[in-house]
Design a binder for this molecule. Structure first.
Ligand code: ASP
Length: 294
C-alpha cells in the first residue's frame, strides 16, 4: 500500500551553551510543548516559514533561553539582539542586528524580508523600521529581561558563554525554512554582531536544506557557517558529514557550536561539539524527541 501521508518535519534548538551537570528539565518541557504545537500547525498545512517564525517568537518570549527576554546586557549595559529568517523556495531572507528595545527580533527579521528590498537592517535603522511597522516594543527594559535557565547572573555579566534559539521546518508543500535569534555572547562589546543575523552564517534555507546554527559566532562565521554545510550537501556529501565538517572547523579555530538541519526528504540532523544542545525534533514518521546532553 502506498503511503499517502504528506511529509513534514520540524527541529528546534535552544542553543549549544548548556553546561554539563545543570538541570534543563523546564527547558525540555517547554521545547516538548512547543514542538507538539508546531507539529499540529505543519500537519494542518501551515507553511514552514510561518511555523519557524511562530516557534522562534515563542522561544524568544519565554525567557528560558539566551534570546529575546532571556538575553544578557552588553558591556555598555544594555541588551542588543540579532535574528534572521530564510524561506527556501524563494530564497528570500531577512535579518536584524544589534537591535534594542523590541520583543521579537525574528518577527522584525521577517518584516525586513517582506517589506524592504534589503536582507539585513542594523542598529538605529532596524529600530526605526520596527517602530514604523508597529512591532511590539519592550515597555520597561529595566524589568523585562530575566536570567535564563541554566545560567547564573554572574555568568551573564562577565563570562563568554552564550545561547541562541532556532527552528527549521519542512512543510507539506515541500518548502523549507529556517530562523535563528540570539542575545549573543555574554560580555560582548557594544555593536558586536555574531553569526545569527547573517544569512549563510547562522541561518540558511534553499530547496534542499534548512539550517540553524548556534555557538561562538565569530568561529562559526570564520568556519563558513550554515552555507558551507548546504554547499557540501548539494554536492553529494551526506548532511551529517557536511555538518560535522563545519563543526570540526569551529573546534579547530577554538570555538564550540551546534546546528540543526532538515533536508528536502524530511531527514533531521542535529549535532554539536559543546557540552550539549537543547533540542527537539519531530516529523510525520519520527516521534517527538527532546534532549539536551545525549
Ligand atoms: N551564535 C550566537 C552568537 O555568537 C551565540 C549562540 O549561538 O549561543 O551570537
Amino acid at each position: 500500500m502506498t503511503n499517502t501521508r504528506k511529509r513534514y518535519a520540524l527541529a528546534l534548538h535552544g542553543g549549544a551553551g548548556p553546561v554539563a551537570g545543570r538541570n534543563y528539565d523546564s527547558v525540555e518541557a517547554h521545547l516538548k510543548t512547543l514542538a507538539l504545537e508546531c507539529e499540529v500547525l505543519l500537519a494542518d498545512g501551515r507553511s514552514a516559514l510561518d511555523v519557524v517564525e511562530i516557534a522562534v517568537a515563542e522561544l524568544e518570549a519565554s525567557g528560558l533561553y539566551v534570546a529575546g527576554r532571556g538575553s544578557a546586557r552588553n558591556t555598555a549595559g544594555y541588551v542588543e539582539l540579532d535574528a534572521s529568517i530564510m524561506d527556501g523556495p524563494t530564497r528570500k531572507a531577512g535579518g536584524v542586528a544589534v537591535i534594542k528595545g523590541f520583543v521579537s527580533p525574528i518577527r522584525i527579521a521577517r518584516g525586513v524580508m517582506e517589506k524592504t528590498p534589503h536582507v539585513l537592517l542594523a542598529g538605529a535603522g532596524a529600530a526605526e523600521f520596527a517602530r514604523g511597522h508597529g512591532y511590539e516594543e519592550v515597555s520597561d527594559p529595566n524589568n523585562y529581561y530575566v536570567v535564563p535557565v541554566g545560567v547564573t547572573a554572574n555568568e551573564m555579566r562577565d563570562s563568554h558563554t552564550h545561547g541562541t534559539v532556532g527552528a527549521v521546518a519542512l512543510d507539506q508543500s515541500g518548502a523549507l525554512a529556517a530562523g535563528t535569534s540570539t542575545g549573543g555572547t555574554f560580555g560582548k562589546l557594544e555593536g558586536r554582531v555574531g553569526d545569527t543575523p547573517l544569512i549563510g552564517a547562522g541561518t540558511w534555507a534553499d530547496d534542499d536544506v534548512a539550517i540553524s546554527c548556534t555557538g561562538t559566532g565569530e568561529h562559526i562565521i570564520r568556519a563558513g557557517g550554515a552555507l558551507s554545510i548546504a554547499c557540501a550537501f548539494k554536492n553529494g556529501v551526506p548532511l551529517a558529514k557536511a555538518m560535522q565538517s563545519m563543526l570540526d572547523e569551529v573546534k579547530r579555530l577554538g570555538g564550540d557550536a551546534g546546528a540543526i538541519a532538515i533536508s528536502r526528504n524530511a531527514g533531521i540532523t542535529m549535532l554539536y561539539n559543546s557540552d550539549g544542545m537543547k533540542r527537539a525534533s519531530v516529523s510525520m514518521d519520527q516521534p517527538l524527541h527532546v534532549t539536551t546532553f545525549d
